[in-house]
Design a protein around this ligand. Structure first.
Ligand code: PEP
Length: 261
């Protein structure tokens, strides 16, 4: 069965509890009457407001933007997987390019985080993607292949199939510059190939791959429906609940259309 994901990464936005609560009021209003058979919405707020996001509409799950791999201890300023789990978080974004850029995260550390998210029965949404310079040097395939191989190393098939991958070319994040439909489809194929080599076709088919980078509802055909991607990771536009719900609606319509073919 087709299953799509719409992930809203709220990043370091909303500067007070009041702002977070206004956002939630609008989100609840926009999605109150909607039911989805094929789409899961996920919202990752700042840790500070996580408790306010307990009472989300049924079709939208609570996510987190990052996590430290250790369960507890002397790790000043960090958030543990068990804290997230106990707070009702179901999905954790890891390896976002902004974490790689500003916090120096490597594929090796992200791999550790991925194992830890799985250990505490949450779903990792792991970000991969090349820089503009890497793409221009013809190295996109090599970078993506290397990232997948490191991130999925030592995972069992059962663990691997729980992971959601978000392909986010770094140069498309926050820039309104998009890869072409065929560039996205090509990456989808590369990811499929590597996962099939590492596991098998049945496992690979269960791993959802999303696209992220300057997504808006009007771009879904170009970045998702025509590329084989199973959803989107959304930054700026997720700050508008109306847009987020619209994307969920469009994916639901697309899934229904496909079910009739
Ligand atoms: C992101 O940061 O994951 C992202 C996709 O951002 P934006 O949609 O704003 O490009």
């Amino acid at each position: 069965m087709t299953r799509f994901y719409v992930v809203g990464n709220l990043k370091m936005n909303m500067l007070s509890r009041e702002e977070a609560s206004q956002y939630l009021t609008v989100l609840r209003r926009e999605s109150s009457s909607k039911r989805y058979a094929y789409v899961t919405g996920i919202i990752a707020p700042s840790f500070l407001y996580s408790a306010q996001f307990d009472d989300l509409p049924k079709s939208i799950k609570k996510g987190a933007q990052n996590m430290f791999p250790e369960k507890s201890g002397s790790y000043t300023g960090e958030i543990s997987p068990l804290m997230l789990k106990n707070d009702g978080v179901e999905y954790v974004i890891i390896g976002h390019s902004e974490r790689r850029l500003y916090a120096g995260e490597t594929d090796e550390l992200i791999h550790e985080k991925l194992l830890s998210v799985l250990k505490y029965y949450m779903i990792p949404i792991v970000c991969i993607g090349e820089t503009r310079a890497q793409r221009e040097a013809g190295k996109a395939e090599q970078i993506i292949t290397g990232q997948i191989r490191t991130l999925f190393s030592d995972l069992s098939k059962l663990q691997a199939e729980k992971v959601i991958i978000a392909y986010e070319p770094r140069w498309a994040i926050g820039t309104d510059i998009l890869p072409t439909t065929s560039e996205i489809a090509e990456v989808r194929m590369i990811v499929r190939q590597v996962l099939t080599e590492m596991f098998d076709t049945a496992t690979e088919e269960r791993i959802a791959v999303l696209y992220g980078g300057s997504v808006k509802s009007s771009l879904l055909p170009q970045v998702a429906f025509e590329t084989g991607m199973e959803g989107v990771l959304v930054g700026r536009e997720s700050l508008f609940p109306y847009e987020l719900v619209k994307m969920m609606n469009l994916f639901e319509e697309e899934a229904i259309r496909r079910s009739k073919i």
